[in-house]
Unconditional design. Sequence first.
Length: 606
Amino acid sequence: MNNEAPQSYWSGIVKAMGLVFGDIGTSPIYTLTVIFALTPATPGNVFGILSLVFWTMTLLVSAEYAWLAMSLSRKGEGGTIVLKEILVRMLKPGRQLAFVVFLSYLGACLLLGDGVITPAISILSAVEGLELIPGLEHTGQGELILIAAVIAVGLFLAQSKGTDKVAGAFGPIMVVWFGALAFSGLASISSMPSILSAINPYYALDFMLHHGLGGFFVLSEVILCATGGEALYADMGHLGRRPILRAWYFAFTALVINYLGQGVFLLSHPEAKNYLFGMVQNQAPFLYIPFLILTVLATVIASQAMISGVFSVVYQGITTRILPLLRVEFTSTHLKSQIYLSSVNWILMLAVLVVMLYFKRSEHLAAAYGLAVTGTMTITGIMMVMIFSRTTKKWKVPLAVAVTVVDLIFFLSCLNKIPHGGYWSIVLGSIPFCIIMVWTRGQRALYRALKPLDLDTFDVAYRQIYAKEKNIPGTSLFFVKEWSVIPPYLVHCIIRSNIIYERNVLISILRTDEPYGLKVDLKRDLSVGLDAIEIKAGYLEILDIEAVLKENGIQEKVIFYGVEDIVTDNPVWKLFATIKRQTPNFVQFHNLPPAKLQGVVTRVEM
Protein backbone atom coordinates (compact mmCIF):
# COMPACT_ATOMS: atom_id res chain seq x y z
CA MET A 1 0.00 0.00 0.00
CA ASN A 2 2.78 2.44 0.92
CA ASN A 3 4.55 1.74 -2.37
CA GLU A 4 1.44 2.77 -4.40
CA ALA A 5 0.69 6.04 -2.62
CA PRO A 6 3.71 8.09 -3.81
CA GLN A 7 3.21 6.84 -7.38
CA SER A 8 -0.47 7.86 -7.52
CA TYR A 9 0.42 11.15 -5.77
CA TRP A 10 2.96 12.15 -8.45
CA SER A 11 1.08 10.63 -11.42
CA GLY A 12 -2.02 12.64 -10.42
CA ILE A 13 0.06 15.85 -10.39
CA VAL A 14 1.62 15.07 -13.79
CA LYS A 15 -1.80 14.33 -15.37
CA ALA A 16 -3.24 17.56 -13.92
CA MET A 17 -0.33 19.54 -15.38
CA GLY A 18 -1.20 18.23 -18.85
CA LEU A 19 -4.98 18.41 -18.67
CA VAL A 20 -5.75 21.46 -16.53
CA PHE A 21 -2.93 23.99 -16.57
CA GLY A 22 -2.15 24.42 -20.27
CA ASP A 23 -4.01 27.73 -20.63
CA ILE A 24 -2.80 29.48 -17.46
CA GLY A 25 0.66 27.90 -17.93
CA THR A 26 1.17 29.59 -21.31
CA SER A 27 0.04 33.07 -20.21
CA PRO A 28 3.65 34.17 -19.31
CA ILE A 29 4.35 34.17 -23.08
CA TYR A 30 2.27 37.29 -23.62
CA THR A 31 0.98 38.80 -20.32
CA LEU A 32 3.83 41.22 -19.39
CA THR A 33 4.59 41.95 -23.07
CA VAL A 34 1.00 43.13 -23.58
CA ILE A 35 0.88 45.15 -20.32
CA PHE A 36 4.15 47.03 -20.96
CA ALA A 37 3.28 47.75 -24.58
CA LEU A 38 1.26 50.67 -23.14
CA THR A 39 2.81 51.19 -19.67
CA PRO A 40 6.34 52.69 -19.33
CA ALA A 41 8.77 50.15 -17.76
CA THR A 42 9.86 52.30 -14.78
CA PRO A 43 10.97 50.44 -11.59
CA GLY A 44 7.81 51.63 -9.78
CA ASN A 45 5.55 50.38 -12.60
CA VAL A 46 7.38 47.02 -12.87
CA PHE A 47 7.10 46.35 -9.12
CA GLY A 48 3.44 47.50 -9.13
CA ILE A 49 2.45 45.30 -12.10
CA LEU A 50 4.29 42.24 -10.69
CA SER A 51 2.46 42.72 -7.38
CA LEU A 52 -0.88 42.97 -9.24
CA VAL A 53 -0.06 39.77 -11.19
CA PHE A 54 0.81 37.88 -7.98
CA TRP A 55 -2.34 38.99 -6.12
CA THR A 56 -4.59 38.43 -9.14
CA MET A 57 -3.48 34.78 -9.34
CA THR A 58 -3.76 34.42 -5.55
CA LEU A 59 -7.29 35.87 -5.29
CA LEU A 60 -8.90 34.81 -8.57
CA VAL A 61 -7.34 31.37 -9.03
CA SER A 62 -6.21 30.14 -5.58
CA ALA A 63 -8.98 31.70 -3.46
CA GLU A 64 -11.92 31.63 -5.90
CA TYR A 65 -11.34 28.33 -7.66
CA ALA A 66 -8.87 26.22 -5.62
CA TRP A 67 -10.32 27.00 -2.17
CA LEU A 68 -13.96 28.01 -2.71
CA ALA A 69 -15.38 26.63 -5.98
CA MET A 70 -13.64 23.26 -5.69
CA SER A 71 -15.38 22.64 -2.36
CA LEU A 72 -18.67 22.57 -4.34
CA SER A 73 -19.24 19.57 -6.59
CA ARG A 74 -21.78 16.94 -7.67
CA LYS A 75 -20.24 13.44 -7.69
CA GLY A 76 -16.84 15.03 -8.22
CA GLU A 77 -17.93 17.15 -11.22
CA GLY A 78 -17.41 20.93 -11.36
CA GLY A 79 -18.35 23.86 -13.62
CA THR A 80 -21.08 26.48 -14.10
CA ILE A 81 -23.75 23.89 -14.98
CA VAL A 82 -22.94 21.98 -11.76
CA LEU A 83 -23.37 25.20 -9.71
CA LYS A 84 -26.74 25.65 -11.44
CA GLU A 85 -27.79 22.08 -10.57
CA ILE A 86 -26.81 22.65 -6.90
CA LEU A 87 -28.84 25.88 -6.77
CA VAL A 88 -31.88 24.38 -8.55
CA ARG A 89 -32.34 22.06 -5.56
CA MET A 90 -32.08 24.97 -3.09
CA LEU A 91 -34.42 27.48 -4.77
CA LYS A 92 -38.18 27.46 -5.28
CA PRO A 93 -39.52 28.17 -8.79
CA GLY A 94 -39.60 31.91 -9.38
CA ARG A 95 -37.44 34.88 -10.31
CA GLN A 96 -34.36 33.73 -8.38
CA LEU A 97 -34.37 30.36 -10.13
CA ALA A 98 -34.90 32.02 -13.54
CA PHE A 99 -31.95 34.33 -12.74
CA VAL A 100 -29.70 31.35 -11.87
CA VAL A 101 -30.68 29.51 -15.08
CA PHE A 102 -29.96 32.69 -17.09
CA LEU A 103 -26.53 33.06 -15.38
CA SER A 104 -25.59 29.43 -16.11
CA TYR A 105 -26.53 29.86 -19.80
CA LEU A 106 -24.45 33.05 -19.94
CA GLY A 107 -21.47 31.38 -18.23
CA ALA A 108 -21.54 28.41 -20.62
CA CYS A 109 -21.74 30.74 -23.66
CA LEU A 110 -18.85 32.93 -22.47
CA LEU A 111 -16.73 29.78 -22.09
CA LEU A 112 -17.66 28.73 -25.65
CA GLY A 113 -16.60 32.17 -26.92
CA ASP A 114 -13.34 31.84 -25.00
CA GLY A 115 -12.77 28.51 -26.79
CA VAL A 116 -12.15 30.48 -29.98
CA ILE A 117 -9.82 33.16 -28.59
CA THR A 118 -7.62 30.88 -26.41
CA PRO A 119 -6.19 28.65 -29.20
CA ALA A 120 -5.71 31.72 -31.44
CA ILE A 121 -3.74 33.83 -28.92
CA SER A 122 -1.76 30.86 -27.49
CA ILE A 123 -0.54 29.48 -30.84
CA LEU A 124 0.05 32.90 -32.42
CA SER A 125 2.10 34.17 -29.42
CA ALA A 126 4.30 31.04 -29.50
CA VAL A 127 4.93 31.26 -33.27
CA GLU A 128 5.94 34.93 -32.90
CA GLY A 129 8.98 33.68 -30.97
CA LEU A 130 10.50 32.73 -34.36
CA GLU A 131 11.35 36.42 -34.85
CA LEU A 132 14.12 36.14 -32.23
CA ILE A 133 15.99 33.34 -34.06
CA PRO A 134 19.06 34.77 -35.86
CA GLY A 135 18.28 34.97 -39.58
CA LEU A 136 14.50 34.95 -39.04
CA GLU A 137 14.25 38.50 -37.61
CA HIS A 138 12.51 39.76 -40.73
CA THR A 139 9.89 37.01 -40.98
CA GLY A 140 6.70 38.67 -42.27
CA GLN A 141 3.53 38.71 -40.17
CA GLY A 142 1.70 36.91 -42.99
CA GLU A 143 4.19 34.00 -42.78
CA LEU A 144 3.81 33.82 -38.98
CA ILE A 145 0.00 33.74 -39.31
CA LEU A 146 0.32 30.98 -41.94
CA ILE A 147 2.52 28.84 -39.62
CA ALA A 148 0.08 29.43 -36.70
CA ALA A 149 -2.88 28.55 -38.97
CA VAL A 150 -1.20 25.30 -40.11
CA ILE A 151 -0.60 24.28 -36.45
CA ALA A 152 -4.24 25.13 -35.59
CA VAL A 153 -5.64 23.17 -38.58
CA GLY A 154 -3.45 20.18 -37.64
CA LEU A 155 -4.76 20.34 -34.07
CA PHE A 156 -8.42 20.36 -35.20
CA LEU A 157 -7.83 17.58 -37.76
CA ALA A 158 -6.43 15.39 -34.95
CA GLN A 159 -9.59 15.74 -32.82
CA SER A 160 -11.53 12.99 -34.62
CA LYS A 161 -8.76 10.48 -33.78
CA GLY A 162 -9.21 11.21 -30.09
CA THR A 163 -6.56 12.65 -27.79
CA ASP A 164 -6.50 9.50 -25.66
CA LYS A 165 -3.26 8.18 -27.20
CA VAL A 166 -1.31 11.45 -26.99
CA ALA A 167 -2.84 12.64 -23.70
CA GLY A 168 -0.28 10.54 -21.81
CA ALA A 169 2.48 12.75 -23.22
CA PHE A 170 0.73 16.00 -22.28
CA GLY A 171 1.56 15.78 -18.56
CA PRO A 172 5.34 15.17 -18.89
CA ILE A 173 5.63 17.94 -21.55
CA MET A 174 3.86 20.44 -19.27
CA VAL A 175 6.04 19.38 -16.32
CA VAL A 176 9.11 20.19 -18.47
CA TRP A 177 7.43 23.48 -19.50
CA PHE A 178 6.76 24.58 -15.90
CA GLY A 179 10.29 23.45 -14.98
CA ALA A 180 11.71 25.62 -17.78
CA LEU A 181 9.60 28.60 -16.60
CA ALA A 182 10.81 28.19 -13.00
CA PHE A 183 14.47 27.63 -13.98
CA SER A 184 14.66 30.65 -16.35
CA GLY A 185 12.89 32.79 -13.74
CA LEU A 186 15.29 31.75 -10.95
CA ALA A 187 18.33 32.45 -13.16
CA SER A 188 17.01 35.95 -13.78
CA ILE A 189 16.03 36.62 -10.14
CA SER A 190 19.53 35.63 -8.95
CA SER A 191 20.93 38.82 -10.54
CA MET A 192 18.42 41.00 -8.61
CA PRO A 193 16.94 39.22 -5.53
CA SER A 194 15.25 42.46 -4.41
CA ILE A 195 12.57 41.78 -7.07
CA LEU A 196 11.05 39.25 -4.60
CA SER A 197 9.68 42.17 -2.55
CA ALA A 198 7.26 42.83 -5.48
CA ILE A 199 4.84 40.31 -3.94
CA ASN A 200 4.16 42.91 -1.21
CA PRO A 201 0.58 44.20 -1.83
CA TYR A 202 1.84 47.74 -1.07
CA TYR A 203 3.30 47.99 -4.60
CA ALA A 204 -0.02 46.97 -6.21
CA LEU A 205 -1.99 49.54 -4.15
CA ASP A 206 0.65 52.22 -4.80
CA PHE A 207 0.45 51.59 -8.57
CA MET A 208 -3.37 51.82 -8.55
CA LEU A 209 -3.40 55.03 -6.47
CA HIS A 210 -0.80 56.80 -8.63
CA HIS A 211 -2.30 55.84 -11.99
CA GLY A 212 -5.98 56.53 -11.33
CA LEU A 213 -8.26 55.57 -14.23
CA GLY A 214 -5.27 54.43 -16.31
CA GLY A 215 -4.30 51.98 -13.55
CA PHE A 216 -7.88 50.69 -13.46
CA PHE A 217 -7.80 49.94 -17.21
CA VAL A 218 -4.39 48.20 -16.85
CA LEU A 219 -6.30 45.55 -14.85
CA SER A 220 -7.92 44.48 -18.15
CA GLU A 221 -4.43 43.35 -19.28
CA VAL A 222 -3.30 42.03 -15.86
CA ILE A 223 -6.21 39.52 -15.98
CA LEU A 224 -4.33 37.69 -18.78
CA CYS A 225 -2.19 36.07 -16.03
CA ALA A 226 -5.30 34.30 -14.61
CA THR A 227 -6.93 33.14 -17.88
CA GLY A 228 -7.43 29.40 -17.68
CA GLY A 229 -7.88 29.53 -13.89
CA GLU A 230 -11.50 28.43 -14.32
CA ALA A 231 -10.18 25.11 -15.73
CA LEU A 232 -9.27 24.02 -12.17
CA TYR A 233 -12.98 23.75 -11.43
CA ALA A 234 -14.35 22.80 -14.85
CA ASP A 235 -11.92 19.85 -15.19
CA MET A 236 -12.38 18.59 -11.62
CA GLY A 237 -14.47 15.61 -12.77
CA HIS A 238 -11.64 14.24 -14.93
CA LEU A 239 -9.01 13.94 -12.18
CA GLY A 240 -10.52 14.74 -8.79
CA ARG A 241 -9.92 17.67 -6.46
CA ARG A 242 -6.69 16.64 -4.73
CA PRO A 243 -4.40 16.05 -7.76
CA ILE A 244 -5.49 19.40 -9.27
CA LEU A 245 -4.87 21.29 -6.01
CA ARG A 246 -1.44 19.68 -5.52
CA ALA A 247 -0.47 20.42 -9.12
CA TRP A 248 -1.72 24.02 -8.81
CA TYR A 249 0.75 24.80 -6.00
CA PHE A 250 3.63 23.65 -8.23
CA ALA A 251 2.26 25.55 -11.24
CA PHE A 252 1.57 28.69 -9.15
CA THR A 253 5.15 28.71 -7.79
CA ALA A 254 6.66 28.25 -11.28
CA LEU A 255 4.47 31.03 -12.74
CA VAL A 256 5.28 33.53 -9.95
CA ILE A 257 9.02 32.83 -10.24
CA ASN A 258 8.88 33.31 -14.01
CA TYR A 259 6.93 36.58 -13.84
CA LEU A 260 9.42 37.95 -11.27
CA GLY A 261 12.30 36.82 -13.52
CA GLN A 262 10.70 38.55 -16.51
CA GLY A 263 10.45 41.69 -14.32
CA VAL A 264 14.23 41.67 -13.76
CA PHE A 265 14.85 41.19 -17.51
CA LEU A 266 12.36 43.97 -18.31
CA LEU A 267 14.16 46.50 -16.07
CA SER A 268 17.46 45.91 -17.92
CA HIS A 269 15.96 45.38 -21.44
CA PRO A 270 12.88 47.67 -21.70
CA GLU A 271 13.21 47.68 -25.51
CA ALA A 272 12.68 43.88 -25.82
CA LYS A 273 9.80 42.70 -28.07
CA ASN A 274 8.81 39.67 -25.99
CA TYR A 275 10.10 39.40 -22.42
CA LEU A 276 9.86 35.61 -21.94
CA PHE A 277 11.57 34.77 -25.25
CA GLY A 278 14.07 37.62 -24.80
CA MET A 279 14.95 36.44 -21.27
CA VAL A 280 15.58 32.83 -22.36
CA GLN A 281 17.59 33.88 -25.43
CA ASN A 282 19.67 36.25 -23.28
CA GLN A 283 20.37 33.51 -20.70
CA ALA A 284 21.11 30.58 -23.04
CA PRO A 285 21.05 31.34 -26.81
CA PHE A 286 21.86 27.67 -27.64
CA LEU A 287 18.70 26.53 -25.75
CA TYR A 288 16.40 29.05 -27.43
CA ILE A 289 15.23 26.85 -30.34
CA PRO A 290 14.46 23.82 -28.06
CA PHE A 291 12.60 26.25 -25.75
CA LEU A 292 10.62 27.62 -28.71
CA ILE A 293 9.63 24.06 -29.75
CA LEU A 294 8.59 23.39 -26.14
CA THR A 295 6.53 26.62 -26.20
CA VAL A 296 4.66 25.54 -29.35
CA LEU A 297 3.93 22.13 -27.77
CA ALA A 298 2.69 23.81 -24.57
CA THR A 299 0.36 26.12 -26.53
CA VAL A 300 -1.00 23.17 -28.53
CA ILE A 301 -1.71 21.36 -25.23
CA ALA A 302 -3.38 24.52 -23.86
CA SER A 303 -5.55 24.74 -26.99
CA GLN A 304 -6.38 21.02 -26.77
CA ALA A 305 -7.62 21.44 -23.19
CA MET A 306 -9.83 24.33 -24.31
CA ILE A 307 -11.26 22.37 -27.28
CA SER A 308 -12.03 19.37 -25.01
CA GLY A 309 -13.67 21.82 -22.58
CA VAL A 310 -15.88 23.23 -25.35
CA PHE A 311 -16.92 19.68 -26.37
CA SER A 312 -17.80 18.89 -22.71
CA VAL A 313 -19.88 22.08 -22.30
CA VAL A 314 -21.78 21.40 -25.56
CA TYR A 315 -22.38 17.76 -24.52
CA GLN A 316 -23.73 18.91 -21.12
CA GLY A 317 -25.96 21.36 -23.01
CA ILE A 318 -27.28 18.58 -25.27
CA THR A 319 -28.04 16.14 -22.44
CA THR A 320 -29.69 18.83 -20.27
CA ARG A 321 -31.79 19.77 -23.38
CA ILE A 322 -30.67 23.40 -23.57
CA LEU A 323 -28.89 22.81 -26.90
CA PRO A 324 -30.05 20.94 -30.03
CA LEU A 325 -28.89 17.37 -30.59
CA LEU A 326 -25.56 17.01 -32.41
CA ARG A 327 -23.76 13.89 -33.56
CA VAL A 328 -21.39 12.76 -30.79
CA GLU A 329 -18.54 10.27 -31.20
CA PHE A 330 -16.77 8.73 -28.21
CA THR A 331 -13.06 8.48 -28.94
CA SER A 332 -11.93 6.64 -25.80
CA THR A 333 -12.91 3.27 -24.37
CA HIS A 334 -12.16 4.29 -20.78
CA LEU A 335 -12.19 8.11 -20.60
CA LYS A 336 -15.81 9.33 -20.65
CA SER A 337 -14.67 12.92 -21.17
CA GLN A 338 -13.04 12.09 -24.52
CA ILE A 339 -15.77 12.98 -27.01
CA TYR A 340 -15.78 14.42 -30.52
CA LEU A 341 -18.45 16.64 -32.07
CA SER A 342 -17.56 17.11 -35.74
CA SER A 343 -19.87 20.09 -36.38
CA VAL A 344 -18.55 21.97 -33.30
CA ASN A 345 -14.96 21.08 -34.25
CA TRP A 346 -15.15 22.58 -37.76
CA ILE A 347 -17.07 25.71 -36.67
CA LEU A 348 -14.47 26.24 -33.92
CA MET A 349 -11.60 25.77 -36.40
CA LEU A 350 -13.06 28.31 -38.86
CA ALA A 351 -13.66 30.81 -36.04
CA VAL A 352 -10.05 30.41 -34.76
CA LEU A 353 -8.63 30.99 -38.28
CA VAL A 354 -10.86 34.06 -38.84
CA VAL A 355 -9.79 35.53 -35.46
CA MET A 356 -6.07 34.93 -36.30
CA LEU A 357 -6.42 36.61 -39.71
CA TYR A 358 -8.42 39.53 -38.29
CA PHE A 359 -6.15 40.40 -35.32
CA LYS A 360 -2.82 39.35 -36.95
CA ARG A 361 -0.68 39.72 -33.77
CA SER A 362 -1.06 38.26 -30.26
CA GLU A 363 -0.95 41.69 -28.57
CA HIS A 364 -3.89 42.81 -30.75
CA LEU A 365 -5.74 39.61 -29.83
CA ALA A 366 -5.23 40.42 -26.14
CA ALA A 367 -7.76 43.24 -26.69
CA ALA A 368 -10.43 40.59 -27.30
CA TYR A 369 -9.27 38.49 -24.35
CA GLY A 370 -10.42 38.95 -20.78
CA LEU A 371 -14.07 39.94 -21.11
CA ALA A 372 -15.30 36.32 -21.32
CA VAL A 373 -12.93 35.14 -18.56
CA THR A 374 -13.87 37.89 -16.07
CA GLY A 375 -17.56 37.41 -16.98
CA THR A 376 -17.33 33.67 -16.21
CA MET A 377 -15.45 34.35 -12.94
CA THR A 378 -18.06 36.93 -11.83
CA ILE A 379 -20.93 34.50 -12.59
CA THR A 380 -19.13 31.74 -10.63
CA GLY A 381 -18.66 34.17 -7.72
CA ILE A 382 -22.35 35.22 -7.64
CA MET A 383 -23.53 31.59 -7.71
CA MET A 384 -21.05 30.60 -4.96
CA VAL A 385 -22.33 33.41 -2.69
CA MET A 386 -25.91 32.17 -3.25
CA ILE A 387 -24.93 28.57 -2.42
CA PHE A 388 -22.76 29.28 0.66
CA SER A 389 -25.46 31.58 2.13
CA ARG A 390 -27.90 28.63 2.01
CA THR A 391 -25.60 25.99 3.56
CA THR A 392 -23.82 25.36 6.86
CA LYS A 393 -20.68 26.95 5.34
CA LYS A 394 -21.97 30.52 5.87
CA TRP A 395 -18.50 31.52 7.14
CA LYS A 396 -17.31 31.28 3.52
CA VAL A 397 -19.81 33.96 2.38
CA PRO A 398 -17.59 37.02 3.25
CA LEU A 399 -14.63 35.50 1.33
CA ALA A 400 -16.89 34.60 -1.63
CA VAL A 401 -18.35 38.16 -1.64
CA ALA A 402 -14.84 39.70 -1.52
CA VAL A 403 -13.66 37.54 -4.44
CA THR A 404 -16.83 38.36 -6.44
CA VAL A 405 -16.23 42.11 -5.90
CA VAL A 406 -12.67 41.67 -7.24
CA ASP A 407 -14.08 39.72 -10.22
CA LEU A 408 -16.53 42.54 -10.89
CA ILE A 409 -13.76 45.19 -10.75
CA PHE A 410 -11.75 43.21 -13.33
CA PHE A 411 -14.87 42.71 -15.48
CA LEU A 412 -15.63 46.45 -15.45
CA SER A 413 -12.01 47.23 -16.38
CA CYS A 414 -12.36 44.90 -19.39
CA LEU A 415 -15.38 46.85 -20.71
CA ASN A 416 -12.97 49.43 -22.20
CA LYS A 417 -11.75 46.61 -24.49
CA ILE A 418 -15.13 46.35 -26.26
CA PRO A 419 -14.36 48.92 -29.03
CA HIS A 420 -10.81 47.53 -29.52
CA GLY A 421 -11.76 43.89 -30.08
CA GLY A 422 -13.61 42.92 -26.90
CA TYR A 423 -16.80 42.90 -28.95
CA TRP A 424 -15.56 39.59 -30.39
CA SER A 425 -16.19 37.94 -26.98
CA ILE A 426 -19.74 39.31 -27.06
CA VAL A 427 -20.32 38.22 -30.69
CA LEU A 428 -18.83 34.74 -30.14
CA GLY A 429 -20.78 34.22 -26.89
CA SER A 430 -24.07 35.62 -28.23
CA ILE A 431 -24.33 33.02 -31.03
CA PRO A 432 -24.68 29.97 -28.69
CA PHE A 433 -26.74 32.14 -26.27
CA CYS A 434 -29.31 32.94 -29.01
CA ILE A 435 -29.40 29.25 -30.02
CA ILE A 436 -30.03 28.23 -26.36
CA MET A 437 -32.84 30.78 -25.93
CA VAL A 438 -34.55 29.89 -29.24
CA TRP A 439 -34.13 26.13 -28.65
CA THR A 440 -35.40 25.99 -25.04
CA ARG A 441 -38.42 28.23 -25.74
CA GLY A 442 -39.13 26.51 -29.05
CA GLN A 443 -39.15 23.06 -27.44
CA ARG A 444 -41.68 24.23 -24.82
CA ALA A 445 -43.89 25.90 -27.44
CA LEU A 446 -43.71 22.82 -29.71
CA TYR A 447 -44.73 20.52 -26.83
CA ARG A 448 -47.78 22.72 -26.14
CA ALA A 449 -48.70 22.87 -29.87
CA LEU A 450 -48.54 19.07 -30.23
CA LYS A 451 -51.49 18.63 -27.82
CA PRO A 452 -50.53 15.18 -26.45
CA LEU A 453 -53.12 12.75 -24.96
CA ASP A 454 -53.11 11.32 -21.46
CA LEU A 455 -52.67 7.53 -21.19
CA ASP A 456 -56.23 6.81 -19.96
CA THR A 457 -57.89 8.56 -22.94
CA PHE A 458 -55.54 6.82 -25.39
CA ASP A 459 -56.10 3.44 -23.72
CA VAL A 460 -59.86 3.36 -24.58
CA ALA A 461 -59.23 3.49 -28.36
CA TYR A 462 -56.07 1.35 -28.07
CA ARG A 463 -57.90 -1.59 -26.44
CA GLN A 464 -60.62 -1.57 -29.13
CA ILE A 465 -58.02 -1.85 -31.93
CA TYR A 466 -55.93 -4.47 -30.08
CA ALA A 467 -59.08 -6.59 -29.51
CA LYS A 468 -59.57 -6.98 -33.31
CA GLU A 469 -56.59 -9.42 -33.18
CA LYS A 470 -55.05 -8.16 -36.43
CA ASN A 471 -51.84 -7.48 -34.57
CA ILE A 472 -48.40 -7.76 -36.23
CA PRO A 473 -46.12 -10.41 -34.65
CA GLY A 474 -43.15 -9.03 -32.70
CA THR A 475 -42.34 -6.00 -30.55
CA SER A 476 -42.55 -2.33 -31.53
CA LEU A 477 -40.81 0.50 -29.69
CA PHE A 478 -42.23 4.05 -29.43
CA PHE A 479 -40.14 6.98 -28.19
CA VAL A 480 -42.07 9.32 -25.88
CA LYS A 481 -41.07 12.23 -23.62
CA GLU A 482 -42.76 10.57 -20.63
CA TRP A 483 -44.62 7.25 -20.61
CA SER A 484 -47.87 8.67 -19.18
CA VAL A 485 -48.23 11.25 -22.01
CA ILE A 486 -48.98 10.00 -25.54
CA PRO A 487 -47.60 12.17 -28.40
CA PRO A 488 -49.68 12.77 -31.60
CA TYR A 489 -47.43 10.61 -33.82
CA LEU A 490 -48.24 7.54 -31.67
CA VAL A 491 -51.98 8.28 -31.92
CA HIS A 492 -51.61 8.65 -35.70
CA CYS A 493 -49.62 5.40 -35.95
CA ILE A 494 -51.79 3.11 -33.78
CA ILE A 495 -55.29 4.65 -33.68
CA ARG A 496 -55.58 6.16 -37.18
CA SER A 497 -53.33 3.82 -39.19
CA ASN A 498 -54.04 0.67 -37.12
CA ILE A 499 -50.31 -0.23 -37.00
CA ILE A 500 -50.28 -2.32 -33.85
CA TYR A 501 -47.86 -5.06 -32.79
CA GLU A 502 -48.37 -7.97 -30.37
CA ARG A 503 -46.16 -6.11 -27.86
CA ASN A 504 -45.86 -2.31 -27.85
CA VAL A 505 -43.29 -0.64 -25.60
CA LEU A 506 -43.18 3.08 -24.76
CA ILE A 507 -39.61 4.20 -24.07
CA SER A 508 -38.72 7.46 -22.32
CA ILE A 509 -35.26 8.74 -21.45
CA LEU A 510 -34.91 11.24 -18.61
CA ARG A 511 -31.63 12.99 -17.80
CA THR A 512 -31.14 13.47 -14.06
CA ASP A 513 -29.31 16.38 -12.41
CA GLU A 514 -26.52 14.00 -11.29
CA PRO A 515 -23.50 13.69 -13.62
CA TYR A 516 -23.51 9.86 -13.68
CA GLY A 517 -25.79 6.96 -12.79
CA LEU A 518 -28.25 4.74 -14.68
CA LYS A 519 -31.62 3.54 -13.42
CA VAL A 520 -34.07 1.48 -15.52
CA ASP A 521 -37.74 1.05 -14.60
CA LEU A 522 -39.76 -1.47 -16.67
CA LYS A 523 -43.51 -0.96 -16.24
CA ARG A 524 -45.43 -4.03 -17.45
CA ASP A 525 -49.10 -4.34 -18.44
CA LEU A 526 -50.08 -0.67 -18.68
CA SER A 527 -52.70 -2.14 -20.98
CA VAL A 528 -53.08 -5.33 -22.97
CA GLY A 529 -49.86 -5.73 -25.00
CA LEU A 530 -48.58 -2.34 -23.78
CA ASP A 531 -45.49 -1.87 -21.59
CA ALA A 532 -43.24 1.09 -20.79
CA ILE A 533 -39.54 1.40 -20.01
CA GLU A 534 -38.19 4.51 -18.31
CA ILE A 535 -34.43 5.11 -18.40
CA LYS A 536 -33.03 7.67 -15.97
CA ALA A 537 -29.44 8.57 -16.84
CA GLY A 538 -26.98 11.18 -15.48
CA TYR A 539 -26.39 14.15 -17.77
CA LEU A 540 -22.81 13.00 -18.51
CA GLU A 541 -23.73 9.30 -18.79
CA ILE A 542 -22.94 7.67 -22.15
CA LEU A 543 -26.08 5.72 -23.00
CA ASP A 544 -26.26 2.47 -25.01
CA ILE A 545 -30.03 2.09 -25.49
CA GLU A 546 -29.78 -1.22 -27.39
CA ALA A 547 -27.83 -2.82 -24.52
CA VAL A 548 -30.34 -1.54 -21.92
CA LEU A 549 -33.27 -2.97 -23.93
CA LYS A 550 -31.61 -6.39 -24.31
CA GLU A 551 -30.86 -6.52 -20.57
CA ASN A 552 -34.58 -6.00 -19.93
CA GLY A 553 -35.73 -8.69 -22.41
CA ILE A 554 -36.91 -6.31 -25.16
CA GLN A 555 -36.03 -7.49 -28.69
CA GLU A 556 -37.73 -4.86 -30.83
CA LYS A 557 -38.65 -5.50 -34.46
CA VAL A 558 -39.31 -1.86 -35.32
CA ILE A 559 -38.62 1.54 -33.68
CA PHE A 560 -41.10 4.39 -34.24
CA TYR A 561 -40.29 8.01 -33.53
CA GLY A 562 -41.98 11.35 -34.22
CA VAL A 563 -40.82 13.92 -36.77
CA GLU A 564 -42.42 17.36 -36.54
CA ASP A 565 -43.14 19.35 -39.71
CA ILE A 566 -43.44 22.89 -38.28
CA VAL A 567 -45.67 25.44 -40.04
CA THR A 568 -45.32 29.03 -38.74
CA ASP A 569 -45.25 32.71 -39.68
CA ASN A 570 -43.32 33.66 -36.52
CA PRO A 571 -39.66 34.49 -37.48
CA VAL A 572 -38.32 33.08 -34.14
CA TRP A 573 -40.16 29.76 -34.63
CA LYS A 574 -38.95 29.70 -38.27
CA LEU A 575 -35.39 29.87 -36.92
CA PHE A 576 -36.27 27.12 -34.41
CA ALA A 577 -37.65 24.94 -37.24
CA THR A 578 -34.46 25.53 -39.30
CA ILE A 579 -32.22 24.53 -36.37
CA LYS A 580 -34.39 21.42 -35.80
CA ARG A 581 -34.10 20.39 -39.47
CA GLN A 582 -30.29 20.82 -39.50
CA THR A 583 -29.61 18.73 -36.39
CA PRO A 584 -29.85 14.93 -36.11
CA ASN A 585 -33.03 13.65 -34.46
CA PHE A 586 -33.18 11.75 -31.20
CA VAL A 587 -32.70 8.27 -32.70
CA GLN A 588 -29.71 9.33 -34.83
CA PHE A 589 -28.10 10.90 -31.74
CA HIS A 590 -28.32 7.57 -29.88
CA ASN A 591 -26.98 5.49 -32.84
CA LEU A 592 -29.98 3.15 -33.05
CA PRO A 593 -30.00 0.56 -35.91
CA PRO A 594 -31.22 2.38 -39.09
CA ALA A 595 -32.90 -0.77 -40.50
CA LYS A 596 -35.43 -0.79 -37.61
CA LEU A 597 -36.30 2.92 -37.67
CA GLN A 598 -39.61 4.35 -38.86
CA GLY A 599 -40.16 8.13 -38.66
CA VAL A 600 -43.79 9.30 -38.43
CA VAL A 601 -44.35 12.91 -39.58
CA THR A 602 -46.77 15.18 -37.69
CA ARG A 603 -47.61 18.65 -39.06
CA VAL A 604 -47.62 21.23 -36.26
CA GLU A 605 -48.74 24.87 -36.37
CA MET A 606 -46.78 27.16 -34.05
